[in-house]
Design a protein around this ligand. Structure first.
Ligand SMILES: O=C(O)c1ccccc1N[C@@H]1O[C@H](COP(=O)(O)O)[C@@H](O)[C@H]1O
Length: 210
């Protein structure tokens, strides 16, 4: 099965269009005000309206109030939610939407237990731990912490970039890769060449594995 790719943290319509034309599976929109990649409703609507069919839209939240999430869902066509905070399984299930639960990996993180707790998630996203940030740090983590088998599709994140995508696919064999910082010129500003290079590497990685 080919490795899916999500590119996260778009703030500009033109960047999302380039990503879609290059073959990305999903784009991520960050609805977390402290993030430099945060988008408002109007900008999110403009980005989604410019996308072709079959490019999924993922909305990222960090410990958001339910009203904020309902507000986004009422105004922006979202395919999937991504929870990057301390949301409980019950909180993730409130919206009648497919969801991804992000986990910031530490030495004692029990991925199997999390997969059981969030058993109805559409994927478990494994990201680097940082004491002062919830994500989007550009840091990798020790992929040896990931168990070889998991009941949920594994979405690998954290410090991915053109240059380590093939290695990531070979080491982890994830369902998908999620990248943000590694394809940027500045926070929230994507680099067309880096996005294309990343997607090309993922295709190469899949070819090597097959
Ligand atoms: O992108 C952000 O600003 C962000 C903020 C808060 C939580 C998560 C965020 N992004 C996600 O972080 C991971 C890793 O990103 P990176 O490639 O290391 O920059 C990824 O899932 C982003 O969607």
């Amino acid at each position: 099965m080919r490795t899916r790719v999500k590119i996260c943290g778009f703030t500009r319509v033109e960047d999302a269009v380039v990503a879609a034309q290059a073959g990305v599976d999903a784009i991520g929109l960050v609805f977390y005000p402290p993030s430099p990649r945060h988008v408002g409703i109007a900008q999110a609507q403009a980005i989604v309206a410019a996308l072709p069919a079959f490019t999924s839209v993922v909305a990222l939240f960090v410990d958001a109030h339910a009203e904020q999430i309902h507000d986004v869902l009422a105004q922006v066509p979202i395919d999937c939610l991504q929870f990057h905070g301390d949301e409980t399984p019950a909180q993730c299930r409130l919206y009648n939407k497919r969801y991804i639960k992000a986990v910031r990996m530490q030495a004692d993180t029990d991925v199997g237990q999390l997969a059981r707790a969030y058993h109805d998630a559409a994927g478990l996203l494994l990201d680097a731990y940082h004491p002062n940030a919830k994500g989007g740090t550009g840091s990798t983590f020790d992929w040896e912490l990931i168990p070889p088998h998991c009941a949920l599709p594994i979405i690998l994140a954290g410090g991915l970039e053109p240059g380590n995508a093939i290695q990531a696919i070979q080491a982890v064999r994830p369902y998908a890769l999620d990248v943000s910082s590694g394809v940027e010129v500045d926070k929230g500003i994507k680099d067309a060449q880096k996005m294309r290079a990343f997607l090309k590497e993922v295709n190469q990685g899949d070819t090597i594995i097959i």
